[in-house]
Design a protein around this ligand. Structure first.
Ligand code: ATP
Length: 302
């Protein structure tokens, strides 16, 4: 069963192309994480899929229907980025009001407890910390027992303890058969929660698959520290074709390719030629963050 299927989504804001043909597929009881740099198009994708905005072109099917239809609205939950609420409303009241709109809500007190908010129920929304407001928004998104939940950066600004509570809740939703589409800038979060990851850049999908699929392959890398600014050209000549060398930060070096005895010998002899001892030498497989940075670049996005 498919919870969400999107085909060829495009969306422009004036001359800015936010989405340029995005396809997504989310099975029931699956967790799909959208990753991408600032401005990549994640929020636009979520808002279109949640029925909050129409695409310029392309189609979305949510639980078998149009996401803006009345029948679907009652079956989905949405936690928008930044949240927001009437500033004077108390946390407990707010959740109870949202729960009252659902046919079979979860127990609001139980949910407040699970999210570590049971001591904050009488506090006005504006007096909650940013992380508490986020957790209340998450509680509001799931209290109606949705079949599909949209979470836009659900743990942004949360401390590690609060983040782990949210992760446990998302894992529990998945076990209960709820599908989750989330966006995040935390690779650790995507690896901990997601069955599948979609990386978006400039409004296009640049990679998709499970975290294990995206980091698979015999591509390895060796990292080490040494004097900054060493000439990599002699090392490139010593290594066979197919290796990539770089100084990722001053004094931090990376050699990508199969790290076998011949490659190790080439690297250590290059260091010896320059009278340098490599420090903190580590061989490791690429992480999701490495894959992400290789695909989307290392420069800052505004
Ligand atoms: P972030 O990680 O910063 O939340 P994002 O991946 O969610 O970014 P979007 O918010 O979807 O990105 O924005 C995609 C692009 O569309 C950006 O260039 C953004 O500036 C632009 N954009 C989004 N909303 C509007 C709007 N209402 N008016 C004009 N441009 C917009």
């Amino acid at each position: 069963m498919t919870a969400l299927s999107a085909r060829g989504l495009t969306k422009s804001y004036g001359s800015t192309t936010a989405l340029d043909g995005v396809d997504l597929e989310l099975p029931s009881a699956g967790v799909l994480a959208l990753l991408g740099p600032n401005g990549a198009g994640k929020t636009t994708t979520v808002e279109i899929c949640a029925g909050l905005m129409r695409p310029d072109a392309g189609s979305v099917s949510v639980l078998g229907s149009d996401p803006s239809s009345e029948s679907v609205r009652a079956r989905i939950g949405t936690m928008p980025q930044g949240g927001g609420a009437y500033p004077g409303v108390r946390a407990g009241e707010m959740l109870r009001v949202v729960a009252a709109c659902a046919a079979r809500p979860l127990d609001p007190d139980w949910l407040l407890d699970v999210l570590g908010l049971s001591g904050r129920t009488r506090i006005p929304y504006k007096r909650l910390s940013g992380g508490e407001q986020q957790r209340l928004a998450l509680a509001c998104a799931v209290v109606g027992r949705p079949e599909l939940v949209f979470l836009d950066e659900p743990t942004a600004g949360m401390d590690p303890q609060a983040r782990h509570l949210v992760w446990q809740l998302v894992a529990a939703l998945r076990r209960d058969g709820v599908a989750v589409l989330l966006t995040t800038h935390l690779m650790e979060e995507a690896e901990a929660l997601a069955d599948d990851v979609v990386i978006i850049d400039h409004g296009r999908v640049v990679a998709q698959g499970s975290p294990a699929e995206l980091t698979a392959g015999d591509q390895q890398e060796l990292r080490f520290k040494a004097r900054a600014g060493m000439d990599l050209e002699p090392l490139d000549r010593k290594l066979p074709d197919g290796y990539a060398t770089s100084e990722t930060l001053p004094g931090r070096y990376r050699v990508q390719g199969r790290i076998d005895p011949a490659a190790l010998s080439a690297i250590t002899s290059w260091c010896a030629d320059q009278g340098v001892t490599a420090d903190d030498v580590k061989v490791h497989r690429r992480s999701l963050e490495d894959v992400y940075l290789d695909l989307t670049g290392r420069e800052l996005r505004s």
